[in-house]
Design a binder for this molecule. Sequence first.
Ligand code: FAD
Length: 388
Amino acid sequence: MVGLALGIALAKGGLEVVVADPVPQAEALAAAFDGRVSALAFASVRMFRRLGIWERLEKQAQPIDDILVTDAKLGGAPSPFSLHFDHRELGAPLGYIAENRHIRQALFAACAELPNLTVVAPAAVTSLDVDANGVNATLGSGQTIRARLAVAADGRQSQLREAMGIGMVSWSYPQWGIVATVHHALAHNGVAYEHFLPSGPFAILPLTGNRSSLVWTERQDIAPGMMKLAKPDFDAEIARRFGAHLGEVHSEELRWSYPLRFHLARSYVKPRFALAGDAAHGIHPIAGQGLNLGLKDAARAGRRGAGGRLARPRSWRSRRSHALRALAAVRFLHLGHGDGRAEPAVLQRRSRRCAWRATSAWGSSTVSGRYGASSCARPAAMWGSCRT
Ligand SMILES: Cc1cc2nc3c(=O)[nH]c(=O)nc-3n(C[C@H](O)[C@H](O)[C@H](O)COP(=O)(O)OP(=O)(O)OC[C@H]3O[C@@H](n4cnc5c(N)ncnc54)[C@H](O)[C@@H]3O)c2cc1C
C-alpha cells in the first residue's frame, strides 16, 4: 500500500515512476488476501484527498466518531472507568476505518489515471545495482529498469533491505494479532472500542453497516488454538471478550493471524536507495499507526520529489525519528497495561518521556466513570484511567 501511495505522490509531483510488485492486482484485491482494516488518521485522509485517492475510498470508509478505552478481566464486566475520545470536541471524525482491500482498490484506480506511473505486476524486484548516477533494478522477468532512486516498500520481510545490507533493531512480542470481521445485531454508531484484557488489547473497529473488524491480541501460546476453533466456539470466545453492547455477534468465515513484532531499520538510506513503510519500521498494531507512518514517509517523499531533492539522504532520515516517536507512544500504551517485559529498560524509560510529547498532540480527552464524566487535557490522565 505504501509503495503505491508513494508512486502516486511522486508521479503527481511530475516524476516518471515504476512500481513493481510480485502479487498480481486481482490477487491483492481478493477478500482472502488481507482481512485487515486500517484506522486512517486525519493526516492520512488529508493526503489521500490531495492525491485523488479519497474520492474513490470515502463511501467504503466508516468515520470514527468516538473511541472508548476500557480494561476488564476476561469474561468479567469492564472497569467502571473508561477513556473517551469524542469527535464533538474536534467537530470532525477522529479518523476513518477502511478495509485494506478497499484502500488497495482506490490506490490502483488512482495509479491507472497517471500516464507517468507504470504498475508492473506480477514482478518482484530481484536485485539492485547502484552506480554514481543511478540504480538498475532487475525484475523477476529479467527486465531491467534504470532510475535515479530505488525505494523499497516491500514490507516487513523486505528482501531489498537485506540485499542492501541494512540491519535492523527488532524483537517479537509474545502475542499474535487475530483479525476477523463480525456482524452484530445493533448499530455501532461509529464507536471504536479498545478493551485491555489480560492477554492484550481487544479492538473493535466499526465498519460500514452493522459490522466491525476485530484486532484481538492473544498470547502466542493460546492464539494458534483459537485460530483452529470451529465457528460456534470461535464466536463464543469473541462474545466473552466483546461484551453484549452490540447484541448477538457472528464472525465471517475467514480469519487471519499475525505474529506481532517490532522492527526499525538501522538506516533508511543508502546512496540511490531508500526504505519506506514496513520495510523501514513495524510497530505493534495497538495504536493502528503502521500504515499511517508509512503514508507519512510517502507524503514527505512526495513533497521532496516535486522539488527534485528526492535522492538526498536528508529527505528520508527525519522519517526515522518519527517512527521512533510512534514506537514510544505505543510502548507507553503497553506499559500502561503492564506489559513492558519484552524490551530493554532504557527503551521503557525513553517511551514514557517521548510518549508524553507524542500523545500531547492528541488534544483533550475525557475520563468517564459509568455515571459521569470529567474533562482532562493531559495524557497523564489517560495513563491513570487505563490503570484503574
Ligand atoms: C493486525 C494488524 C492490524 C493493523 N492495523 C493497522 C491500522 O489500523 N492502521 C494502520 O495504520 N496500520 C495498521 N497495521 C499496520 C499496517 O497493516 C502495515 O503497516 C502496512 O500494511 C504496511 O504497508 P506496506 O505497504 O509498507 O507493506 P505491505 O503491506 O507488507 O506491502 C509490501 C508490498 O511489497 C511487495 N513486495 C514484496 N517483495 C517484493 C519485491 N521483491 N519486489 C517488489 N515488491 C515486493 C508485496 O507484494 C506487497 O505488496 C496493522 C497491522 C497488523 C498486523
